[in-house]
Design a protein around this ligand. Structure first.
Ligand code: NAP
Length: 479
């Protein structure tokens, strides 16, 4: 007999569920990728019944799908949906869920809630008899807010579900372009011989947003940019860029290589934070042509020392990368929305052309707003003058190359893999813990040196010290 399957979304009325999870399930339904007997259940405190939940979700999906919305697909998805009203901390509210899941043999519990609830939910599911062998638990980043709280959550997940049934989500790993980093490096012979300290001058990784914190203020204020973005997304990108070739695509082969990179990251402690890190917080300014308030004005003027911007100069102490700076930068209310990795190659060893014309090769891998890969190379300019050079880009626009294909939401792939029980795109416990260890050192250093965030205007590229961070090594950020 075929397995009866279910996905239960805790935090069913939240921002992430509405913006990402329901639209992803809708698109999977539209392409026939959901298992035929999959049930979808939402769990949250908001008072609603199945019909109320379905009506709200319909709006969320319509907003996202736009012209791709189809009544036919929607009615198929709606027929799978149920709602359980309850407070995750109250044991008796799990009873309706137990009833709903009767006969379900494969189940993914997706915790789209504050990490403060992860351990409680896992324990309550176990108490209710819902952590059986066919059950998996998927948790959103960040797992905890430091190494100690992360370990507490991890122990609870391990005791209730067992480590092999825990799926830690960093949705960047579900993005096509991020998976493409692995293909770019290990399915082409061009780059790998150059991918080391002999040819690479430095690497820049930027995750820049134009939006402010707004509705997520209370969550964000207790985390800040370092914990919210660097601990997970930026370090995952850094690992994929810096790791050694894995022997195969087995989940553990890739994750073993990522852990080695995290292990080789040079700690940034109190003695280094002032030289190697910059913290910032946005003040009022103009973002995308609109006047916007500063961070602390967004909730009516609460004082805060939380950073909304961070820039770091990281070093990987191993043979491949010794001496190559990895600059990491992220922030809210910056001048543009972009996520990109820039691999800056070294200059030629000897100049036979005018030195002023020469610009070293640069590989840009852009994840947002467009997915594209661009290699800047030097060319002869078509002039009458003796050899004058001009840099030109070899562009690979992935949206154009695959224009018949819809750009997928990262969560579509992650939900599919979690339902299949394939952990390739999920983060392993030692990766998360290693990343927190590195982040905790920086936070302790900030505390010891009393390093407060520097102000920057909304709509700019962060505090001026972020420019000094790269310039002192003779480098500059690409914008
Ligand atoms: P959110 O909008 O604040 O939603 C929180 C959800 O938890 C709501 O559905 C809320 O519903 C529910 N909830 C709160 N207390 C509860 C309780 N005691 N019992 C039952 N349900 C409860 O948060 P979010 O932005 O969706 O984020 C969810 C998680 O995803 C967080 O871990 C966040 O860090 C992570 N994440 C979010 C984003 C994003 O873009 N939003 C991106 C990446 C990761 P009720 O009020 O109805 O109970």
């Amino acid at each position: 007999m075929a397995d009866k399957k279910a996905i239960v979304i805790f935090g069913a009325t939240g921002d992430l569920a509405q913006k990402m999870i329901y639209p992803s399930l809708y698109f999977l339904e539209s392409e026939g990728h959901l298992p035929p007997d999959l049930m979808i259940a939402g769990f949250a405190r908001t008072h609603a019944d199945d019909q109320g939940f379905i009506a709200q979700t319909r709006k969320d999906v319509m907003d996202n799908a736009g012209t791709l919305f189809s009544e036919d697909v929607w009615s198929r998805l709606a027929a799978r949906m149920h709602y359980c009203e309850g407070d995750v901390t109250v044991p008796k509210t799990y009873a309706p869920l137990v009833k709903l899941l009767e006969g379900v043999t494969v189940c993914v519990y997706y915790l789209s809630t504050s990490p403060n609830f992860f351990a409680t939910i896992a324990c309550q599911l176990k108490e209710a008899g819902l952590a059986h062998g066919g059950a998996r638990i998927a948790v959103e980043k960040p797992i905890g807010r430091d190494l100690v709280s992360c370990r507490e959550i991890e122990s609870a997940l391990d005791e209730t579900f067992g480590d092999d049934r825990v799926y830690r989500i960093d949705h960047y790993l579900g993005k096509e372009t991020v998976q493409n980093l692995i293909a770019l490096r290990f399915a082409n012979t061009l780059f790998e011989p150059l991918w080391n300290r002999a040819s690479v001058d430095h690497v820049q990784i930027t995750v820049a947003e134009t939006i402010g914190v707004e509705r997520r203020w209370s969550y964000y204020d207790s985390y800040g940019a370092l914990r919210d973005i660097v601990q997970n997304h930026l370090l995952q990108l850094l690992c994929l860029i810096a790791m050694e070739p894995p022997s195969d695509l087995d989940p553990d082969s890739v994750r073993n290589e990522k852990v080695k990179v995290l292990r080789s990251l040079r700690p940034i402690g109190a003695g280094d934070v002032e030289r190697q890190t910059v913290r910032g917080q946005y003040r009022k300014g103009v973002s995308e042509g609109v006047a916007v308030p500063g961070y602390t004005e967004e909730t009516g003027g609460s004082a805060s020392d939380t950073e909304t911007f961070v820039a770091l100069a990281a070093h990987i102490d191993n043979w491949r990368w010794s001496g190559v700076p990895f600059y990491l930068r992220t922030g809210k209310r910056l001048a543009a929305r972009t996520t990109e990795v820039v691999v800056q190659f070294r200059e030629v060893p000897h100049y036979i052309f005018p030195r002023s014309d020469m610009i070293a090769n640069r590989l840009t891998i852009r994840l947002q707003p467009e997915e594209e890969i661009s290699l800047q190379i030097m060319n002869k300019a078509p002039t009458l003058e003796a050899m004058r050079l001009k840099p030109l880009a070899l562009d690979l626009n992935l949206s154009d190359a695959f224009k018949k294909q819809r750009r997928r939401i990262a969560y579509e792939r992650l939900l599919t893999e979690a339902l299949k029980g394939n952990s390739f795109l999920f983060v392993r416990r030692d990766e998360v813990e290693m990343a927190w260890k590195w982040i905790d050192d920086i936070i302790d250093g900030w505390k010891e040196k009393d390093m407060k965030p520097l102000p920057y205007s909304a709509g700019s590229w962060g505090p001026s010290s972020a420019f000094a961070l790269t310039e002192r090594n003779g480098h500059s950020w690409y914008e």
